[in-house]
Design a protein around this ligand. Sequence first.
Ligand code: FAD
Ligand code: PYC
Length: 417
Amino acid sequence: MQKFSAWSLLKQAFGGHRGWQPQWRRAAPQSSYDAIIVGGGGHGLGAAYYLASEHGMNRVAVLEKGWIGGGNTGRNTTVIRSNYLFDESARLYDHAVKMWRDLSQHLNYNVMYSPRGVLMLAHSVHDMQVSKRHIHANRCNGVDNEWLSPAECKAFCPPLNIGHDIRYPVLGGALQRRGGTARHDAVAWGYARAADALGVDIVENCEVTGICRDANGAVEAVETTRGRIGSRKIGVAAAGNSSVVMGLAGIRLPLESFPLQALVSEPIKPVLPCVVMSNAIHAYVSQSDKGELVIGAGTDAYTSYTQRGALHVNLHTLAAICELFPAFRRLRMLRNWGGIVDVSPDRSPIICKTAVPGLYLNCGWGTGGFKATPGSAHLFAWTIAHDEPHPLNAPFTLERFRDGLLIDEAAAAAVAH
Ligand code: FAD
Ligand code: PYC
């Protein structure tokens, strides 16, 4: 049944999350559901949407301790790409990149996906060798990636400094043309609106504080700040807090939580046509549709749950960006922020069922889970609905850390950690 008046749809499209309160903000949770998703980020909201739309599960709730999209989904720098080294990762991330293409049409909500190209710079012989290895591996997996000389990098991205007199001269770059950006909070809102329309309950200000199990050890409910809510299927997508939430069920995760930060400049007219990343100097930059330069740094060197990063990390990043793009020296910073990312030992995610019957896990995306949002949500829903992994996420188990079947994507993570 259609739940929105034309007026409420207009407000939803143009009002964003600041003024108008959507229907789900007034909803009280029911006493039980067919499935509960813990975490109202893109991965959790998307999983709820696919549970309802593809698996016929309409009695689904998303429980969010704050507001939807207020975690990493609304804090990230929106880089989308699938140029990962190993076959398993290329398949996983390219599944997502393919879904980005028509996500706006699918959700009837403009997520502003813009495949403007992601250029990853090389500054040393080692960088060049690693880049070319990635390019060859990607192509074997049907993932586009190509090598550009310094002059070709400059032609593709005119503000780039390819002079030889800088500390880290540009020796070339790997370009994934299908890579790009999207509007991060629109992704949360697009999935939320589509899930809500299918009957999913989205409950904000509802922190999960306990995971209850029956006499056989299977999940039967969660304790929350808004009371006990029953379900025989619980999916956890609580990035940054995964270890804390899974600890409620007695499961220890091999993750470390680090602050990762970013900043934007004052808005300017379009100057930067693509995303530029440099693994070696721990910096990357793109320009948002609002005109701000979106600049990201590496993780802090220590674990923490504070949603802000250390000042010196930003200063290092800005020095590197100004060397690569001298014209940007004249800009002023508008704002900065941080999020907490869960980093796994091999820098690859975990999407799996767990040893606790009915408990499913989606975590470990570290610095790079935004790009995976549609694919991850789609596969997580499949895993929950079928009580077994989809072939694309089957390698991304928790057990791989015990069995040594690692998928080591440290070099593809592109952000220092
Ligand atoms: P989130 O959006 O964090 O959602 C998890 C939710 O769980 C949160 O809203 C949280 O409040 C909720 N929660 C936690 N505990 C509980 C509880 N007990 N009960 C109820 N709810 C709970 N990735 C890219 O691919 N490209 C990028 O350019 C990129 N840049 C980044 C830049 C920064 C500064 C940061 C911080 C991250 C970046 N990432 C990037 C990573 C990306 O943001 C994340 O991997 C991704 O958004 C994770 O999505 P999610 O839905 O799993 O998590
Ligand atoms: O994974 O591409 C990425 C990324 C960019 C910035 C943070 N993560």
